[in-house]
Write a protein that binds this ligand. Structure first.
Ligand SMILES: Cc1cc2nc3c(=O)[nH]c(=O)nc-3n(C[C@H](O)[C@H](O)[C@H](O)COP(=O)(O)O)c2cc1C
Length: 414
């Protein structure tokens, strides 16, 4: 063997670190980012991020269902220029992607929401801020995002929820989303086993040990102000009574008062039944998000992607239908859009980036998905999002045999 030839094959340099996130230099997919994230987080934070409701059947189904859908390319289309622009809730967006609302992001990274907002701002995509964000909605707005949405949880006598809606409007939030799939908080067994307490972890011997094993996270955690829920602390949950906040009293009448109070686009997040989407449209909603909360609420709820086509059939010509739960790939985004969603929300994908490398990690995660989306559009032969329709998708899973993906999966109530 010629030594010079051999040397020319060897490369000892580190690959360049995207956005300065050195630990993600070799992350080529969201799953790669997730692996780095899991190494950096102590067990309670890892369980909070990754866990689902009860036996986590729906959490798993969200991924399996995507894997059971084939994408059928239309070949020989001119895809030399890919256009990912889309209008959502009256805003022209460069990408069909929004950051989903997430409570307590500072448990995952000490900068929490303040490490997410600049990425959404720079990419020009919406950031849906949770009522249970660990940063005040005004401080997040001060990061200057162009498209801020506010996700509302309502509780108690609604006085504080009303005040919160007014605060969101005052701070420039554009879209109001009511999450409807948390009548009560589900039993998150992974969190229970790991001893998760929100918003502040309690110190136990086990959590101390985990802290020692994850020194970087622990150092930042101990040297930063303790996480809290600043949007609701006046009369909302203290550490212990998140369970009490979700008292099961949310009904359709909440959408009615919200509609009267909010003059911008308004929607429901967590819709899975077509007739709920119809009712939302009848009550003046502009948008619904087909979602099962990333498998974190009702276990045995259908995979979100299975529920999407029937909702689109029911209201797609009246209001905008967005989608979340289980997106990990550009091809998943193409599947959701071809199944009728206008855009998707992502939760864990950007949280993995956040856990792995803070703001730089969120940028890496979004870049990976964006690059994959553009490549997937080229490979399926769709030069723009408008070109996508149900002819691109076919359900081909072992569980149900072949069925068209747009077949309704839920019986109507009537
Ligand atoms: C750690 C975590 C916290 C969440 N907190 C909220 C929340 O406060 N409000 C809400 O409406 N949804 C919440 N969600 C659900 C997300 O908004 C979104 O529906 C879900 O993450 C989408 O699934 P994916 O993680 O597979 O992308 C949370 C999700 C995660 C992973």
């Amino acid at each position: 063997v010629n030594l010079r030839d051999l040397c020319s094959l060897l490369r000892f340099q580190r690959p360049p670190a995207p956005h300065g996130a050195r630990c993600l230099a070799r992350a080529h997919s969201i799953d790669d980012v997730a692996r780095v994230a899991r190494r950096r987080l102590p067990l309670p934070a890892r369980s909070y991020l990754d866990g689902g409701g009860e036996g986590e059947h729906t959490l798993r189904r969200n991924r399996e269902a995507f894997q059971e859908i084939d994408l059928l390319a239309h070949e020989l289309q001119d895809v030399s220029a890919i256009d990912t622009r889309v209008d959502v809730c009256g805003a022209a967006l460069p990408l069909p992607i929004a950051f989903a609302p997430v409570g307590g992001a500072r448990l995952i990274h000490h900068r929490g929401e303040l490490a997410v907002a600049p990425v959404a701002r720079d990419a020009g995509i919406p950031y849906a801020v949770s009522t249970l964000a660990s940063t005040s909605l005004e401080d997040i707005a001060a990061c200057g995002g162009e498209h801020l949405w506010f996700q509302l949880y309502v509780w108690g006598d609604r006085k504080d929820a009303r005040r919160l809606v007014d605060r969101a409007r005052g701070a420039g939030y554009e879209v109001l989303l009511l999450s409807i799939d948390v009548s009560v908080r589900s039993k998150r067994e992974r969190e229970l086993r790991a001893g998760v307490t929100l918003p502040r972890p309690h110190l136990t011997f086990d959590s101390l040990l985990e802290g020692v094993r994850h020194p970087a996270w622990s150092w930042h955690f101990l040297t930063s102000p303790a996480p809290s829920f600043p949007n609701v602390t006046s009369s909302g949950p203290s550490d212990a009574d998140l369970e009490a906040m979700f008292d099961g009293s949310v009904t359709w009448s909440d959408l009615e008062w919200m509609r009267d109070r909010w003059d911008g686009p308004i929607g429901l997040k967590g819709v899975l039944r077509p007739e709920d989407a119809v009712r939302a449209a009848d009550l003046g909603a502009d948008v619904v998000v087909v979602s099962n909360h990333g498998g974190r609420q009702l276990d045995h709820a259908p995979a979100s992607i299975d529920a999407l086509p029937a909702v689109v059939d029911a209201v797609g010509d009246r209001i905008e239908v967005l989608f979340d739960s289980g997106i990990r790939r550009g091809t998943d985004i193409v599947t959701a859009l071809a199944s009728g969603a206008r855009a998707v929300l992502i939760g864990r994908p950007y949280l993995y980036g956040l856990a792995a490398a803070g703001e730089a990690g969120v940028r890496v995660a979004l870049d990976l998905l964006t690059t994959e989306l553009r490549r997937a559009l080229a490979l399926v032969g769709a030069p723009s999002l408008r070109a996508l329709d149900e002819s691109f998708v076919r359900r081909n899973g072992p569980r149900r045999g072949w069925a068209p993906v747009h077949q309704p999966v839920l019986r109507s109530a009537g």
